[in-house]
Write a protein that binds this ligand. Structure first.
Ligand SMILES: [Zn+2]
Length: 60
C-alpha cells in the first residue's frame, strides 16, 4: 500500500481544498424570450429556446 512519505502541511491541505470552496455563483444571462435567468450559451430551460429557435419542447 502506498504510504505518504511526509505529512501534508496545513497550508498545502488548505490550498488543495480551496478549489472546492467557490465564492462566486455561476455566470447567468437573461433569456431574450422569457426573461428568465439562464446559463450563457445554453438552451433556456424555461422556454426551451436558444437564439430565438425552439430547440426543445417544455411540457407543462
Ligand atoms: Zn427562456
Amino acid at each position: 500500500m502506498a504510504v505518504p512519505k511526509s505529512r501534508t502541511s496545513k497550508a498545502r491541505k488548505k490550498q488543495r481544498r480551496a478549489k472546492n470552496y467557490r465564492l462566486e455563483t455561476p455566470a447567468l444571462s437573461v433569456c431574450p424570450k422569457c426573461g428568465e435567468m439562464k446559463l450563457p450559451h445554453r438552451v433556456c430551460l424555461k422556454c426551451g429556446t436558444y437564439k430565438d429557435v425552439e430547440v426543445i419542447t417544455i411540457s407543462e
